[in-house]
Write a new protein. Structure first.
Length: 285
Protein backbone atom coordinates (compact mmCIF):
# COMPACT_ATOMS: atom_id res chain seq x y z
CA UNK A 1 0.00 0.00 0.00
CA UNK A 2 1.21 3.51 -0.82
CA UNK A 3 0.17 6.63 1.07
CA UNK A 4 0.87 9.98 -0.58
CA UNK A 5 1.01 13.52 0.74
CA UNK A 6 1.55 16.26 -1.82
CA UNK A 7 3.02 19.59 -0.68
CA UNK A 8 3.73 18.27 2.80
CA UNK A 9 5.92 21.28 3.53
CA UNK A 10 8.34 23.74 1.93
CA UNK A 11 12.06 23.71 2.64
CA UNK A 12 13.40 27.28 2.68
CA UNK A 13 17.17 27.09 2.99
CA UNK A 14 20.46 28.00 1.35
CA UNK A 15 23.07 25.62 0.03
CA UNK A 16 26.73 26.17 -0.68
CA UNK A 17 27.73 25.72 -4.31
CA UNK A 18 31.35 25.65 -5.46
CA UNK A 19 30.40 27.80 -8.48
CA UNK A 20 27.56 30.02 -7.23
CA UNK A 21 28.30 30.43 -3.53
CA UNK A 22 25.34 30.60 -1.14
CA UNK A 23 22.20 29.82 -3.13
CA UNK A 24 18.80 30.49 -1.59
CA UNK A 25 16.28 27.79 -2.44
CA UNK A 26 12.65 26.87 -1.76
CA UNK A 27 11.56 23.30 -2.50
CA UNK A 28 8.08 21.88 -2.10
CA UNK A 29 8.19 18.41 -0.53
CA UNK A 30 5.94 15.66 -1.91
CA UNK A 31 6.07 12.33 -0.08
CA UNK A 32 4.92 8.75 -0.44
CA UNK A 33 5.01 6.09 2.30
CA UNK A 34 5.23 2.44 1.26
CA UNK A 35 4.16 -0.26 3.69
CA UNK A 36 1.54 -2.46 5.25
CA UNK A 37 -1.66 -1.44 6.99
CA UNK A 38 -1.39 -1.13 10.76
CA UNK A 39 -3.99 -2.02 13.40
CA UNK A 40 -5.92 1.13 12.46
CA UNK A 41 -6.02 0.00 8.79
CA UNK A 42 -3.64 2.80 7.87
CA UNK A 43 -0.07 3.01 6.65
CA UNK A 44 0.34 6.05 8.89
CA UNK A 45 -2.13 8.58 10.25
CA UNK A 46 -2.06 11.73 8.11
CA UNK A 47 -1.84 13.82 11.28
CA UNK A 48 1.41 12.05 12.20
CA UNK A 49 2.79 12.49 8.68
CA UNK A 50 2.10 16.20 8.78
CA UNK A 51 3.38 16.73 12.33
CA UNK A 52 6.16 14.18 12.85
CA UNK A 53 7.78 14.14 9.43
CA UNK A 54 7.44 17.89 8.92
CA UNK A 55 9.10 18.44 12.31
CA UNK A 56 12.05 16.23 11.30
CA UNK A 57 12.49 18.19 8.06
CA UNK A 58 12.21 21.52 9.88
CA UNK A 59 14.75 20.46 12.52
CA UNK A 60 17.35 19.06 10.13
CA UNK A 61 17.51 21.30 7.04
CA UNK A 62 14.87 24.04 6.94
CA UNK A 63 16.24 27.59 7.41
CA UNK A 64 19.82 26.32 7.47
CA UNK A 65 22.89 26.46 5.24
CA UNK A 66 23.31 23.03 3.64
CA UNK A 67 26.90 22.06 2.85
CA UNK A 68 28.07 18.91 1.09
CA UNK A 69 30.86 17.11 2.89
CA UNK A 70 32.88 17.20 -0.34
CA UNK A 71 32.60 20.97 -0.82
CA UNK A 72 35.61 23.03 -1.80
CA UNK A 73 36.52 24.50 1.57
CA UNK A 74 37.05 23.94 5.27
CA UNK A 75 34.45 23.35 7.95
CA UNK A 76 34.98 22.92 11.69
CA UNK A 77 32.34 22.02 14.27
CA UNK A 78 33.47 22.46 17.85
CA UNK A 79 31.94 23.47 21.19
CA UNK A 80 28.51 23.95 19.66
CA UNK A 81 29.71 26.28 16.90
CA UNK A 82 30.44 25.83 13.22
CA UNK A 83 33.05 27.72 11.25
CA UNK A 84 33.49 27.38 7.51
CA UNK A 85 35.65 29.07 4.91
CA UNK A 86 35.56 28.59 1.15
CA UNK A 87 36.18 30.11 -2.25
CA UNK A 88 33.64 29.83 -5.03
CA UNK A 89 33.20 30.85 -8.63
CA UNK A 90 35.73 33.32 -9.94
CA UNK A 91 37.77 33.69 -6.72
CA UNK A 92 34.84 34.81 -4.55
CA UNK A 93 35.10 34.20 -0.81
CA UNK A 94 32.68 33.24 1.95
CA UNK A 95 33.36 32.53 5.62
CA UNK A 96 30.74 31.99 8.33
CA UNK A 97 30.69 31.38 12.05
CA UNK A 98 27.42 30.44 13.72
CA UNK A 99 25.79 28.18 16.28
CA UNK A 100 25.97 24.57 15.10
CA UNK A 101 22.23 24.33 14.39
CA UNK A 102 22.64 26.84 11.53
CA UNK A 103 24.41 24.18 9.41
CA UNK A 104 23.24 20.98 7.72
CA UNK A 105 25.95 18.60 6.46
CA UNK A 106 24.99 16.48 3.45
CA UNK A 107 26.79 13.39 2.15
CA UNK A 108 28.25 13.78 -1.32
CA UNK A 109 30.30 16.15 -3.43
CA UNK A 110 27.54 18.74 -3.86
CA UNK A 111 24.07 19.64 -2.66
CA UNK A 112 21.49 18.52 -5.22
CA UNK A 113 17.89 17.39 -5.11
CA UNK A 114 19.09 13.78 -5.04
CA UNK A 115 21.62 14.23 -2.23
CA UNK A 116 19.05 16.12 -0.15
CA UNK A 117 16.47 13.38 -0.78
CA UNK A 118 18.98 10.75 0.36
CA UNK A 119 19.74 12.82 3.47
CA UNK A 120 16.06 13.26 4.33
CA UNK A 121 15.38 9.54 3.93
CA UNK A 122 18.30 8.76 6.26
CA UNK A 123 16.87 10.94 9.05
CA UNK A 124 13.17 10.15 8.54
CA UNK A 125 13.19 6.34 8.15
CA UNK A 126 14.57 5.56 11.64
CA UNK A 127 11.55 7.39 13.07
CA UNK A 128 8.96 5.46 11.06
CA UNK A 129 6.90 2.58 12.54
CA UNK A 130 7.85 -0.95 11.50
CA UNK A 131 4.99 -1.28 9.01
CA UNK A 132 6.46 1.56 6.89
CA UNK A 133 9.07 -0.15 4.70
CA UNK A 134 10.17 2.76 2.52
CA UNK A 135 9.47 6.38 1.73
CA UNK A 136 9.63 8.31 -1.53
CA UNK A 137 10.46 12.02 -1.63
CA UNK A 138 10.17 14.50 -4.47
CA UNK A 139 11.54 18.03 -4.20
CA UNK A 140 10.25 20.61 -6.64
CA UNK A 141 10.25 24.37 -7.05
CA UNK A 142 7.02 26.30 -7.25
CA UNK A 143 5.74 26.53 -10.84
CA UNK A 144 6.52 30.05 -11.98
CA UNK A 145 5.10 32.29 -14.68
CA UNK A 146 7.27 35.19 -13.59
CA UNK A 147 10.93 35.97 -13.08
CA UNK A 148 12.54 34.81 -9.84
CA UNK A 149 15.81 35.09 -7.97
CA UNK A 150 17.70 33.11 -5.32
CA UNK A 151 18.68 35.10 -2.23
CA UNK A 152 20.20 34.45 1.18
CA UNK A 153 19.92 36.59 4.28
CA UNK A 154 19.62 36.57 8.08
CA UNK A 155 17.14 38.35 10.33
CA UNK A 156 18.71 39.09 13.72
CA UNK A 157 15.45 40.33 15.25
CA UNK A 158 13.51 37.16 14.41
CA UNK A 159 12.65 34.89 17.34
CA UNK A 160 12.73 31.75 15.18
CA UNK A 161 15.13 30.19 12.69
CA UNK A 162 15.08 33.12 10.26
CA UNK A 163 17.77 34.67 12.47
CA UNK A 164 20.36 32.25 11.04
CA UNK A 165 22.75 34.40 9.05
CA UNK A 166 22.75 32.31 5.84
CA UNK A 167 19.38 30.86 4.91
CA UNK A 168 17.34 31.73 1.89
CA UNK A 169 14.58 31.42 -0.63
CA UNK A 170 13.78 31.07 -4.32
CA UNK A 171 11.43 34.00 -4.86
CA UNK A 172 9.27 35.33 -7.64
CA UNK A 173 8.99 39.06 -8.17
CA UNK A 174 6.15 41.06 -9.66
CA UNK A 175 6.58 44.70 -10.73
CA UNK A 176 3.60 46.77 -11.85
CA UNK A 177 3.75 50.27 -13.34
CA UNK A 178 0.43 52.13 -13.34
CA UNK A 179 -1.26 48.80 -12.69
CA UNK A 180 0.36 47.00 -15.64
CA UNK A 181 2.88 44.18 -15.24
CA UNK A 182 6.37 45.29 -16.26
CA UNK A 183 8.41 42.26 -17.41
CA UNK A 184 11.55 44.28 -18.16
CA UNK A 185 11.85 45.53 -14.58
CA UNK A 186 11.00 42.09 -13.19
CA UNK A 187 13.80 40.58 -15.26
CA UNK A 188 16.20 43.38 -14.36
CA UNK A 189 15.84 42.87 -10.60
CA UNK A 190 15.72 39.09 -10.82
CA UNK A 191 19.01 39.15 -12.74
CA UNK A 192 20.60 41.66 -10.37
CA UNK A 193 19.68 39.58 -7.33
CA UNK A 194 20.41 36.12 -8.72
CA UNK A 195 22.32 34.20 -6.00
CA UNK A 196 22.67 37.37 -3.94
CA UNK A 197 23.29 37.86 -0.25
CA UNK A 198 21.03 40.64 1.05
CA UNK A 199 22.68 42.33 3.99
CA UNK A 200 21.49 45.01 6.39
CA UNK A 201 23.52 48.20 6.68
CA UNK A 202 23.52 48.24 10.49
CA UNK A 203 24.95 44.70 10.67
CA UNK A 204 28.17 45.64 8.85
CA UNK A 205 31.36 45.51 10.93
CA UNK A 206 35.01 46.14 10.22
CA UNK A 207 37.17 43.09 9.37
CA UNK A 208 39.20 43.74 12.54
CA UNK A 209 36.03 43.17 14.60
CA UNK A 210 35.55 39.58 13.42
CA UNK A 211 35.94 37.13 16.29
CA UNK A 212 35.91 33.72 14.60
CA UNK A 213 36.44 33.97 10.83
CA UNK A 214 39.00 35.69 8.63
CA UNK A 215 38.07 38.04 5.84
CA UNK A 216 39.86 38.53 2.54
CA UNK A 217 40.45 41.62 0.45
CA UNK A 218 37.21 42.72 -1.15
CA UNK A 219 35.00 41.15 1.54
CA UNK A 220 32.24 42.84 3.44
CA UNK A 221 31.67 41.64 6.99
CA UNK A 222 28.52 41.23 9.05
CA UNK A 223 27.88 40.22 12.66
CA UNK A 224 25.04 40.20 15.14
CA UNK A 225 23.85 38.62 18.37
CA UNK A 226 20.37 37.07 18.42
CA UNK A 227 18.45 34.67 20.61
CA UNK A 228 20.19 31.59 19.13
CA UNK A 229 23.65 33.06 19.61
CA UNK A 230 26.34 35.02 17.83
CA UNK A 231 26.63 35.03 14.02
CA UNK A 232 29.21 36.48 11.69
CA UNK A 233 29.88 36.41 7.97
CA UNK A 234 32.58 37.60 5.58
CA UNK A 235 31.65 37.48 1.91
CA UNK A 236 32.87 39.04 -1.34
CA UNK A 237 31.24 42.44 -1.56
CA UNK A 238 30.25 41.98 -5.20
CA UNK A 239 28.05 39.04 -4.18
CA UNK A 240 26.04 41.28 -1.81
CA UNK A 241 23.50 44.03 -1.95
CA UNK A 242 23.22 46.20 1.15
CA UNK A 243 19.79 47.43 2.21
CA UNK A 244 19.27 50.35 4.61
CA UNK A 245 16.69 48.25 6.45
CA UNK A 246 16.05 44.73 7.67
CA UNK A 247 15.71 42.13 4.92
CA UNK A 248 12.25 40.89 5.81
CA UNK A 249 10.08 40.40 2.73
CA UNK A 250 8.03 43.44 3.77
CA UNK A 251 11.15 45.61 3.76
CA UNK A 252 12.41 44.05 0.53
CA UNK A 253 9.11 44.87 -1.23
CA UNK A 254 9.19 48.44 0.09
CA UNK A 255 12.86 48.89 -0.86
CA UNK A 256 12.26 47.66 -4.42
CA UNK A 257 9.20 49.89 -4.84
CA UNK A 258 11.20 52.92 -3.68
CA UNK A 259 14.14 52.14 -5.96
CA UNK A 260 11.88 51.81 -9.00
CA UNK A 261 9.95 54.95 -8.01
CA UNK A 262 13.22 56.92 -8.16
CA UNK A 263 13.58 55.83 -11.79
CA UNK A 264 9.93 56.48 -12.64
CA UNK A 265 8.74 59.30 -10.33
CA UNK A 266 5.63 60.09 -12.35
CA UNK A 267 4.27 56.54 -12.29
CA UNK A 268 2.47 54.49 -9.66
CA UNK A 269 4.66 51.54 -8.67
CA UNK A 270 3.58 48.27 -7.09
CA UNK A 271 5.98 45.48 -6.12
CA UNK A 272 4.83 42.00 -5.17
CA UNK A 273 7.80 40.28 -3.53
CA UNK A 274 7.70 36.63 -2.57
CA UNK A 275 9.45 34.87 0.30
CA UNK A 276 9.67 31.35 -1.06
CA UNK A 277 6.38 29.69 -1.98
CA UNK A 278 2.92 31.26 -1.80
CA UNK A 279 3.70 34.09 0.61
CA UNK A 280 5.20 37.53 0.54
CA UNK A 281 4.44 41.23 0.68
CA UNK A 282 3.05 43.99 -1.55
CA UNK A 283 4.37 47.56 -1.48
CA UNK A 284 3.24 50.70 -3.31
CA UNK A 285 5.18 53.82 -4.17
Amino acid sequence: MILFVDALTVIDFSFLCNKRGAVGESWIVDMTLHGQLNDESMVLDFALVKKQIKRIIDDTIDHKLAVAKGFNGDVKIENGRVELDCQFGDAHHLAMSAPEQALCLIEGEEVTEQTVIAFLKSVIMPNMPSNVKDIGIELRPEPSDSFYYHYSHGLKKHDGNCQRIIHGHRSQIGVFVDGMKHPRLQKEWASKWQDIYLGTQEDIIQPSELKFVTSKEGDICFAYESTQGYFELAISQNRCDILPCDTTVECIAEYLAEQIKHQMPDNAITVKAYEGVGKGAIAHA
